[in-house]
Write a protein that binds this ligand. Structure first.
Ligand code: ARG
Length: 482
């Protein structure tokens, strides 16, 4: 730097020029270093908030007019300018300028360019701190509704699949070992209920995002006679922040979105894992549609469940985004800190990831082929009705522990004598293990369909109970949560 540069004369160096252009440039004798400018700017990502920013500014401007803080002609010019800017953004002709740091200052700068110095009155009684908080609330509210709608579509698809294969008996697992037979519809509907909780979680997220921060100013409120209720009404917010410092420091609603998304994608990852297993040659319970699989560049026979695998993997970034923002916020003193600018990329990435995942996953689930024959074959070598027999003995008064041991012996006998399922045992063989087993009823219980039908309790896997469940689910799909 030469001597002249240090004096910071305007207009002779582009860095100084940039400083003059900054809305906050008044206090600075020198321009910003280019690397700092690039490092601190958020425009490359927060341009996504452009429409929310304009919506918020227009409501703020209307309120300033109503409260007599700005004149009618001033408000008219500002509104017209904002309208034009909105058009430029929508038509992708807005002249973004990185030296103006973020989307808020880009829009304000453009407004002044369009309508003259009166554009500078828009920021009366407002700070970028409450402005960006407002934009984030509007954005999270909108995206939350979007996710909820997409979750619902996936629930509908799962519901349909369950309905279509209502009575198919399916091996139920614990520890990924055959446990007890269930209906495939029952297994699928378990995911419906997980997704229902996800939808409810997002409804809660929405509720806590539905709170209006504008009027908080930089941190302490504003001395202008603003009407915060009016802005909240105009923008469709249910409540106002009651504390200006909380209003500009709070990103809980972003965290909640990220954590609701983390639970959601964990569910989708679990279902993905099942689809991957079920579509493997070892299981062959389902077939994924060709359109949702890929081939191998080397092995001609391969059909890979890439979509499900990627959904399983995307869980990593969604969890990462949550942990990232939790870490950013941890230890921040009140009120606004620049750290908080780092809330956006994790949010945007999660919004996009979850939207893409739900879209492709729903389409894939809608085209799953269930291999009913193969599923039925699974029961040709299976001991998963053993619990029925133990329960039967317990009902006859045999202590359950003893009953468990007796039936365990029966299973061992089958294994040792090469019987692939308990149904291969003769009545005589069965009754030799316990006198109470000398009954036709005991033999009937070994049928896996019978085992399913016996689980009539509410929430059980008997067909009638699953029908009841489906009816509940149908009702819930008709209800709105917000
Ligand atoms: N780009 C900033 C953000 O996203 C806007 C708020 C800036 N406020 C400030 N005082 N520097 O957080």
């Amino acid at each position: 730097m030469d001597k002249e540069e240090k004096k910071g004369k305007p207009g002779w160096d582009k860095k100084v020029g940039a400083a003059r252009k900054k809305p906050w440039g008044g206090r600075f004798a020198q321009g910003m270093d280019e690397t700092v400018e690039a490092f601190t700017a958020s425009l490359s990502f927060d341009h996504r908030l452009a429409l929310e920013d304009i919506e918020g500014s227009r409501a703020h401007c209307r309120m300033l007019l109503k409260q007599g803080i700005i004149a009618e002609e001033e408000a008219r010019l500002i509104q017209r300018g904002l309208e034009e800017i909105e058009e430029e953004i929508r038509s992708d002709s807005f002249p973004y300028d990185l030296s103006l740091e973020d989307i808020h200052m880009n829009i304000e700068g453009r407004l002044v360019e369009k309508v003259g110095p009166v554009g500078g009155k828009l920021h009366t009684g407002r700070s970028r701190n409450d402005q960006v908080a407002l934009d984030m609330h509007l954005f999270v509210k909108k995206e939350t509704l979007g996710v909820m709608e997409r979750i619902k579509r996936l629930q509908e698809t799962i519901f349909q699949l369950a309905l279509e294969h209502l009575a198919v008996v399916f091996p139920g697992y614990t520890h990924l070992q055959r446990a007890q037979p269930v209906l495939l519809s029952h297994h699928l509907m378990a995911y419906f209920w997980m997704l229902q909780r996800d939808r409810e979680r997002f409804a809660g997220t929405y509720k806590r995002a539905d709170i209006m921060p504008l009027g908080a100013g930089a941190l302490s409120g504003t001395s202008f006679p603003v009407d915060r209720e009016d802005v909240a009404r105009e923008l469709g917010f249910a409540r106002l922040y009651e504390n200006s410092m909380d209003a500009v420091s709070d990103r809980d609603f972003v965290l909640e979105f990220l954590s609701s998304a983390a639970v959601l994608i964990m569910h989708l990852s679990r279902l993905s894992e099942e689809l991957i297993l079920w579509s493997s040659q070892e299981f062959s319970f389902i077939e994924l549609d060709d359109a949702f699989t890929t081939g191998s560049s080397m092995m001609p026979q391969k059909k890979n469940p890439d979509v499900a695998e990627l959904v399983r993997a995307k869980t990593g970034r969604v969890y990462g985004n949550l942990v990232s923002l939790l870490t950013v916020l941890k230890g921040l003193p009140l009120a606004y800190n620049k750290d908080m600018q780092e809330d956006k990329e994790p949010l945007f990435d999660t919004v996009d990831t979850v939207a893409n995942v739900l879209n492709v996953f729903t389409a894939m689930m809608g085209r799953v082929t269930v291999n009913e024959k193969r599923i039925e074959q699974a029961f040709e070598s299976d001991y998963s009705t053993a619990t029925e027999l133990a329960d039967f003995l317990a009902q006859k008064g045999v202590p359950f522990r003893e009953a468990h041991f007796v039936v365990g012996g029966l299973v061992r006998y089958c294994l040792e004598s090469g019987k692939k399922h308990l149904g291969e045992l003769s009545a005589h063989e069965i009754s030799s293990f316990h006198p109470e087993l000398a009954s036709e009823e005991a033999c009937r219980l070994l049928d896996y369909r019978q085992a399913v039908e016996a689980k009539k309790c509410r929430g059980g896997t008997a067909e009638a109970a699953v029908k009841f469940q489906l009816e509940k689910a149908r009702q819930l799909l008709g209800e709105t949560l917000i």
